[in-house]
Design a protein around this ligand. Structure first.
Ligand code: NAD
Length: 318
């Protein structure tokens, strides 16, 4: 595993980069590439996203195909696997990115998608004469804007070496996780740990409250003892102990429950496909899916504590 930390963007050779998908993540990522001196051409289906990108110095193209035609490196930042596959291959008369790019272009998909879709996308790119990497990110919209994302990259050594300096303009850390698909694999595993640990922390606080323990006392013990983890020490689901956690601002995200549901759905697919006995991961996927179907979908995922509180109250009154 290669762990490449950020080098100063000014030392990076300028490249011609196409960014397809200029939404909450792709927009600020493209802006950071421009700041690092790269020549960035972008496309999105939404006019407002194009306007914001143009204001940040991105050259706006009339289509995805136009954006990638002269690019050395194509980065896609799209909602889900089906968007990536259809953008790569084209659909309904829309020219695909793979057909439009120069032979040997490096395709980097930074969307969070199914491991199986990531491998299909990479194989389609290779069949079209290109090189392909999966490079999902963590760090959210704050990290995208600040250029402090973590990239988890599945690639050959050669492709990783070529792309890492460009990714570094958007990142605090760029980690080579292995061959194609390994980046998405690392992302689903990381988020399965996070989703499960947030539920465990939340259940413990609700149990502590039922046992007459103050949240402050439980935090003081657990955050310094063997229960310490990011869900507790940084993103604490009760207000008070960690003033910067979303629980102190009515669970404004942060990392929205709907996105956690999406990522744990991908983890559940990978669990089923691989036959792994991950009972807590599958249970967590179900819990966040229900959460994402309700009014709290847009809240930080630590709002799962409110669901646990409600279910607990229903049990004690029935
Ligand atoms: P978003 O919905 O804000 O942006 C996606 C953009 O893709 C939209 O602007 C949409 O118009 C555009 N798009 C869709 N199909 C297109 C096409 N064929 N051509 C061009 N543009 C197209 O989503 P986001 O929050 O930017 O997330 C993007 C990806 O990053 C997702 O896979 C998400 O899971 C992942 N991610 C998001 C976060 C986060 O905190 N938002 C964190 C880590 C990873």
């Amino acid at each position: 595993m290669t762990d490449s930390t950020t080098s100063a963007p000014s030392t990076t050779t300028p490249r011609r980069v196409a960014m397809v998908g200029l939404g909450n993540m792709g927009g600020p990522m493209a802006a950071n590439l421009v700041k690092a001196g790269h020549s960035v051409t972008g496309f999105d289906l939404v006019p407002a996203a194009l306007e914001a990108a143009a204001a940040a110095g991105v050259t706006v193209a009339a289509s995805g195909a136009e954006a990638v035609r002269e690019a050395d490196i194509v980065i896609t930042m799209l909602p889900a696997g089906r968007h990536v596959l259809s953008a790569y291959q084209g659909s309904d008369g829309v020219e695909g990115l793979l057909a439009a790019a120069q032979p040997g272009t490096v395709f980097v998909d930074s969307s969070t998608i199914d491991v199986a879709d990531a491998r299909t996308a990479a194989a389609a790119a290779a069949a079209a004469g290109h090189r392909a990497l999966d490079a999902p990110v963590s760090g959210g919209t704050v990290g995208a804007a600040a250029g402090t994302l973590t990239f988890m990259v599945g690639a050959t050594d050669e492709d990783f070496a070529e792309v890492a300096p460009v990714l570094s303009a958007m990142a605090r850390k760029v980690v080579h996780c292995g061959a194609s698909g390994a980046g998405q694999a690392a992302k689903v595993c990381n988020n399965m740990i996070l989703g499960v640990s947030m539920i465990a922390v939340s259940e413990a606080f609700v149990l502590g409250e039922a046992l007459g323990l103050t949240n402050e006392a439980l935090f003081e013990v657990a955050s310094n003892a063997t229960a310490q983890c990011w869900a507790l020490n940084t993103n604490c689901p009760v207000p008070g102990p960690v003033p910067t956690s979303p629980a102190n601002r009515d669970f404004a995200p942060g990392f929205a429950a709907a996105l956690m549901a999406k990522d744990l759905g991908l983890a559940a697919n990978a669990v089923s496909a691989s036959g792994v006995d991950a009972q807590l991961g599958l249970a967590a996927a179900q819990i966040y899916t229900q959460l994402a179907e309700g009014d709290r979908a847009g809240q930080d995922f630590s709002t799962v504590i409110n669901v646990i509180r409600e279910h607990s109250a229903a049990k004690t009154t029935s």
